[in-house]
Design a protein around this ligand. Structure first.
Ligand SMILES: Cc1cc2nc3c(=O)[nH]c(=O)nc-3n(C[C@H](O)[C@H](O)[C@H](O)COP(=O)(O)O)c2cc1C
Length: 205
């Protein structure tokens, strides 16, 4: 089949928007942020990735709340200009999901999911203490994305990475052991995947 998603996001026989299943797996950015008044927030975003290693730059795309208005993460990074990204390893998957609840601004999802918040070194938002790796980021830019036909907006938050935490036990022979990190990835629908095996393929000369 072929279709223009601007006209109809899920034409028959599709029952759901397939883009999440086609652009998969997606890493999950578990974003810690704080408001100008110091309220701490934590939420997962799979429209998240690194776009450059040197310079170290990541992006995350919060869309609007279903009822309209910015999600707390976007409101906070606009106010404070900093965020953290905690990596979701398999044992943290349930807690990550818990922090995706729609909660009033000011609700601390670290507490909601019984997670310990570890202080960051260079930015105000904390990170997930149990995460085996985390990034400290400063906002570089925030770009408004096109709205849906229904008027739902979305933004791209671009962040420069100013600090990287890695559990020393993950470093084997100078490299991060990805299978030991066991990062959880988002697929389509309510599906997830975990990296349990890798293979190496060197580039041609
Ligand atoms: C695995 C996962 C990935 C998600 N990815 C996104 C995303 O990329 N963009 C988005 O706007 N919401 C995403 N969500 C939903 C947000 O986590 C949810 O709206 C959350 O309540 C936002 O919290 P906040 O208002 O505290 O920022 C995702 C949820 C889950 C469970």
């Amino acid at each position: 089949m072929f279709y223009d998603p601007r006209e109809n996001a899920r034409p028959a026989p599709l029952t759901h928007n397939p883009l999440n299943a086609l652009i998969a797996p997606r890493p999950i950015g578990w974003i810690g942020s704080v408001s100008a008044t110091g309220d701490v927030n934590l939420a997962p975003f799979s429209y998240f990735t690194a776009v450059s290693a040197e310079p170290a730059v990541v992006v995350v795309a919060p869309n609007e709340k279903p009822g309209g208005g910015p999600k707390d993460t976007l409101a906070n990074v606009r106010e404070v200009g900093e965020f953290t990204v905690s990596i979701v390893s398999e044992p943290l998957a349930l807690a990550m999901n818990e922090t995706s609840r729609v909660a009033a601004r000011g609700v601390n999802e670290f507490e909601l999911a019984r997670l310990i918040a570890a202080p960051s070194r260079l930015v105000r938002p904390p990170r997930v203490a149990a995460a085996r790796a985390a990034l400290e980021c400063q906002v570089w830019d925030i770009v408004a994305l096109p709205s849906t036909a229904g008027g739902r907006g979305s933004h791209l938050v671009i962040g420069t990475v100013v600090g990287i935490h890695i559990d020393d036990a993950l470093i084997v022979g100078g490299r991060v052991d990805t299978v030991a990190l066991a990062p959880v990835a988002r697929l389509g629908y309510f599906d997830y995947s975990v990296v349990t095996e890798t293979f190496e393929m060197k580039r041609p000369d």
